[in-house]
Design a protein around this ligand. Structure first.
Ligand SMILES: N[C@@H](CCC(=O)N[C@@H](CS)C(=O)NCC(=O)O)C(=O)O
Length: 183
């Protein structure tokens, strides 16, 4: 994981420089920079991420990374932040385990549960109403008991992902295949 972050960071630093040179006339200003970045990284990034990604997926990932960077860590150098963001989004840890903290009548949780069932994913279900231990773990990690939260645990990381829409997008990106796609 650390190696992946470092390799991605180096790629993004190089990309930023190349982009600046390409847009030297505007001192790097380019409102469509995610498109340029996606095109520039598409070939080399394929070796660093777990799966192949379309140009569109990469453009969206750059747009999302920029928004997250602005919201969560505007002072952190962007190549490092983007590298961690891409790793969290796309690099699968081989030993990763998933657990969903949920409440059975919560409509947001039900949406996530339906996607888990549809994709046939192995996710441990942790009902925070049925077991105080799960609720306490959640509050300790997140500072609040809002559900759903997907916990992704592996040897190298312990990531807590809130927001049903983000969880669903993550699960679909990782686990949706032609055979279980609804379309
Ligand atoms: N925007 C969130 C909304 C989640 C939400 O409002 N969950 C409610 C249950 S339906 C909850 O946990 N409320 C209790 C709390 O926030 O402590 C999402 O889509 O996941």
């Amino acid at each position: 994981m650390r190696d992946s972050v470092e390799a991605l960071e180096a790629l993004f630093i190089e990309t930023g420089k190349a982009h600046h040179e390409a847009f030297i006339a505007t001192d790097g200003a380019d409102p469509d920079w995610p498109i340029w970045y996606a095109d520039h990284v598409q070939a080399p990034i394929a070796k660093l991420l777990t799966d192949d990604h379309t140009r569109t997926e990469l453009i969206v990932a750059f747009v999302d990374a920029a928004a997250e960077h602005q919201a969560r860590a505007p002072d952190e150098p962007w190549p490092k932040f983007y590298a961690k963001y891409f790793c969290e989004r796309y690099v699968c840890e081989p030993d990763e385990r998933l657990a969903l903290y949920y409440a059975p009548t919560c409509p947001f949780c039900i949406r996530v549960l339906r996607v888990i069932e549809e994709l046939g994913i192995d996710v441990e279900l942790r009902n925070v109403w049925a077991d105080d231990k799960f609720r306490e773990e959640l509050v300790e990690a997140r500072g609040r008991a809002t559900v759903p939260v997907l916990r992704c645990t592996s040897r190298n990381r312990d990531r807590w992902m809130p927001e049903s829409a983000d969880i669903i997008r993550y699960l679909r990106e990782r686990f949706e295949t032609a055979s279980n796609s609804a379309e």
